[in-house]
Design a protein around this ligand. Structure first.
Ligand SMILES: [Zn+2]
Length: 106
């Protein structure tokens, strides 16, 4: 359990790129809760951006999608492996909130 938790933390941190600070907590049901925060926003003294998503792979995906959108919006010059999945993330966002969020450029 502990090993797989830290392995998941490393995997998420690697995908999130140099600005991502990933932490996995356990909730009351011993489920993983993914927390990704932005070291750049924190360093600038802004209210630290972070996303907090419970669940195993679903939580990982949802947190990583939110993180990807944050990078695109606030740190467009940054590099991160998760940016390769931006279009998939947008697709998932679309499926979750069908018709609610109009996507730019469509
Ligand atoms: Zn940021």
């Amino acid at each position: 359990m502990v090993a797989s938790r830290s392995a998941r933390e490393r995997k998420a941190a690697a995908q999130g790129g140099p600005l991502a600070r990933v932490k996995i907590d356990l909730d009351a049901e011993q489920q993983f809760v993914y927390k990704i925060s932005c070291s750049s926003c924190r360093a600038k003294g802004h209210r630290a951006w972070s996303t907090y998503r419970p669940g195993e792979d679903n939580g990982f995906m949802a947190a990583m999608d939110r993180w990807t959108f944050h990078l695109v919006e606030k740190h467009p010059d940054s590099e991160a492996p998760c940016l390769a999945f931006l279009s998939e993330a947008q697709q998932r966002l679309h499926e979750r909130r069908e018709g609610v969020v109009p996507e730019a450029g469509s």
